[in-house]
Write a protein that binds this ligand. Sequence first.
Ligand SMILES: Cc1cc2nc3c(=O)[nH]c(=O)nc-3n(C[C@H](O)[C@H](O)[C@H](O)COP(=O)(O)OP(=O)(O)OC[C@H]3O[C@@H](n4cnc5c(N)ncnc54)[C@H](O)[C@@H]3O)c2cc1C
Length: 499
Amino acid sequence: MSRNLITLEHNNQRDTSNIDHLLQDHTRLGRLAKRYSGGAHINSRVHERVRDDLLALRDFCEDRHRRIFNLRQRTNNFITLLYNLITGHDSTVNLRIATQSASIAREARKDSEARNRADAAGFYRFALPQVYGGQSHPDTNLWMSAIRYHLTSHPVYGGGLGLANDLQNEHSIVGNFPDVLMLHHFGNEDQRKTLIPARLQGTFRTTFGLTEPDHGSDATYMSTTARQTRGGFEITGAKKWQTGAHHCTHFLIFARTSGQPGSAQGITAFLVPRDTAGLRIASYEWTLNMPTDHATVVLNQVWVPESAVLGSVDQGLAIAQTFVHENRIRQAASSCGAARYCLDRSIERARSRKIWGEGKTLADNQAIQFPVVELMTQVEMLRLFIFKTGWEMDRVVAECQASGKRPWVEIERRLSDQVAMCNFWANRLCCQAADRAIQIHGGDGYSRHYPFEHIYRHFRRYRITEGAEEIQMRKIGAYIFGFAGPKKDTAAQQSKAKI
Ligand SMILES: Cc1cc2nc3c(=O)[nH]c(=O)nc-3n(C[C@H](O)[C@H](O)[C@H](O)COP(=O)(O)OP(=O)(O)OC[C@H]3O[C@@H](n4cnc5c(N)ncnc54)[C@H](O)[C@@H]3O)c2cc1C
């Protein structure tokens, strides 16, 4: 718009200068007419009328110039406003627009045709227990892995960016419900009865408040505290990267209620309603991928009643751990599927792109084939590893149902390293496959007319957010070297025996 206004202004300047030339010509013509009329009568009124018209045109141009100037200023102001909004430089603007987008998002959710249709068709709640309209399927983890892989790899669904499975806003026609399962396992009767149906209807939505401005991977060192007071708790601190803050009804806030920094004990989870006094959204972070829904939330002596506690006081971190492995394996399957999608599209492109003369295609070159071969080999191996791990998780769940043990604790103990292997490698692989697809598609690959740069931007996030890559590798290292996990006791005995 700015550029077009500048063009308009240049054109106006050109018109003004043409009129000035015409006025000069007009004066010259008047002098000539006087000189050659030999004193004969000439109709000076015609001459004057022409001059008046030219002057009126000039006024018009000046007026136009003023208007264009004002318009340019207003446009510049608007662009600055937009820039501040995008970069978060001006938090007032940021918040104002975020509030607007929240209501837009609310409307969009209400009208979420995809979700409603999926629910009506019986897909949406597949992974939930029967009591909430789900299947309680004995192979839920295996099925969810297969479904996620299918929805991201299939050309109809577009590599995890399609309407059926838009991972960007974590929507899928086959829903993933960590919050429902947390409420199911840890909520009291009242919370279960009211919040779970509300969640499934979209009238209760919560964020997940573990990360802070100064603590992410080391979340157990959190600075947010809650102290018991006046029949409830007073929470003070800050949480960063609160996904879904723009349309949440509640913030799930983890705060230290006792114990030492670094201890997993002494952390409590609170469901804090959005409008609670003392809670404020300080900013929305602008990310590689999204005009953002990830907020920083400041809590200044926020009072909540005891009924806001989810689970037991001091045992809140267990809530965060309930669903970690289910989430990671599903996400691994999505990333692996999206990698497959990128490679399939690259193969199609390389086969069809005519290049270097008659009858030759890009695919004829082994320098094009080999990187795809390497990535495809990894996709195929990883896909099977993900399905196998999902299947093993289901076996642990079945055992726990029979023995009364808590499945997430057993999955953590027995399979955490394998789930982490699937997850960190799939996320990395997807980024590599998207990057390769960009390369094989050349300039088109880099353009936003093709999905690969978007897939890269989206899946790059998962190398940080689902337990960063290094944190997952740390876990795998600890398990395979026997510092943690099932080998721990044997490894310790072996090293003692050697000493
Ligand atoms: C888009 C997005 C959405 C998010 N959504 C949420 C959300 O809804 N709720 C929430 O609570 N959080 C959320 N997060 C936060 C996310 O969980 C954290 O960013 C993540 O845990 C990493 O923490 P950090 O950013 O503080 O990085 P840090 O912990 O500072 O780590 C920085 C880097 O150092 C590495 N590192 C750390 N320790 C070690 C070590 N011992 N050895 C080797 N390397 C190490 C990490 O792997 C990482 O690469 C989100 C983040 C993003 C970007």
